[in-house]
Ligand binder design. Sequence first.
Ligand code: E4P
Length: 223
Amino acid sequence: MKILLDTANAAYIKKINDLFPIDGVTTNPSILAKNGKPFMEVLQEIRSIIGPDRTLHAQVISQTAEEILVEADYLISKLGANTFIKIPVIPEGYKAMRLLHEKGVKVTATAVFTAQQALMAARAGANYVAPYVNRIDNISGDGVQVVADIAHIFESFGFATEVLAASFKNVDQVQKCCLVKAHAVTVSEDVFDSLTKHPLTDWSVNKFVEDWEAVYGKGTKVS
Ligand code: E4P
């Protein structure tokens, strides 16, 4: 089960990468635009923070296969081979996935809302598919069920393609995707912070210190 950060905030990625075993970073055009800085500078900074071995998923903006291939070449030339080219599941996108797969380029199919889109992306050679859990929930769908269906289909038919569940607004959605065997999740800053914190953990740690210092004195360490 892989955990990625869904952000282009380099300072945050640096902090979390130092503390937690994360597997990589995903971005999309909206995330980069929100950041406001030159997009390639930001992507290269993220690559230098996470190093060459962890995955960076960077998205194309073009909507024809021919232009998507040009953007993919550019992204790989700037960010290294371990860069997954995020391509939306539009008709020309599937064609681009197939052509990139044939060239040995790694692909993440994105903006996935149905299991059938995911199946087609897997057949086109995508390494990951990214179903948008919260956006599905927001149209009265069931995002976790879509993730479960995709994972089930991939397992049933022996696809190597992995499910990278995306678009989360809360920890419950993430936990449920883990339970239905998503291979990976990518989470925003606020969701990541909520994943690892609990008020009772903080309370317990404060109590340990309070009890310890009452007997051994303030500032005494285990040494
Ligand atoms: C990641 O790959 C997706 O682009 C992202 O999770 C979408 O998230 P959003 O629905 O919060 O914009």
